[in-house]
Design a protein around this ligand. Structure first.
Ligand code: URA
Length: 183
């Protein structure tokens, strides 16, 4: 059965599907997001990578596996299973040749209205910003909700020795947010 939130989500997707504000990257898929439309936590990444562009779903590639592992670790450690949503600063995969690149300032700006709408529709109770680029381009004034900053999982792909530290930091973030959300 349709609820107002699912109706708004469908409407949001159909309006942004035709977006062509970023000519260098918008020929690929729009990767809108996945998860609960009533999230305790919104995980906000940078932009889709190759696997995400192929499947149309965020965080399904190698960085996504690191993130999922850290979330599973945190759930086990804290016993808390928050509802979650995953999305990115930009909808489309920024590429340089065949490689991923960071989105440009203009591309992030072009996608800000879409991100604002996503936040209005899903009303997350907290946001986990993944990486410095996200922390600096998704300020609390935009999010209008508490935020915790963690490394982007791609940093762990580059240096696997950080895996357990990353998982611990996710568990600490869950502990903090649980206390705030359930109060
Ligand atoms: N990295 C991101 O920032 N987002 C994704 O969806 C996948 C990899």
């Amino acid at each position: 059965m349709s609820t107002p939130r699912t109706t708004r989500w469908r409407d949001h997707r159909s309006r942004w599907t035709g977006c062509d504000l970023c000519p260098a990257i918008c020929a690929g898929r729009k990767v809108f997001g996945r998860g609960s439309l009533h999230p305790d936590i919104l995980f906000l990444g940078i932009g889709p990578g190759e696997g995400e562009d192929t499947l149309g779903v965020p965080f399904v590639g190698p960085a996504g596996k690191i993130l999922t592992g850290a979330i599973e670790f945190a759930e086990k450690k804290t016993g808390w299973h928050p509802t979650k949503f995953w999305s990115n600063l930009v909808l489309c995969r920024p590429t340089e040749g065949h490689s991923n690149r960071d989105p440009s300032e203009d591309e992030i700006e072009n996608c800000r209205g879409r991100l604002r709408e996503l936040l209005e529709i899903t009303k997350p109770k907290a946001v986990i910003r993944l990486g410095r680029l996200v922390a600096s381009h998704a300020p609390v004034e935009l999010l209008r909700v508490q935020a915790i900053d963690l490394w982007h999982p791609a940093a762990i792909l580059r240096d696997r020795s950080r895996t357990s530290g990353y998982q611990d930091s996710m568990a600490r973030a869950f502990g903090t947010l649980r206390g705030r959300i359930e109060d």
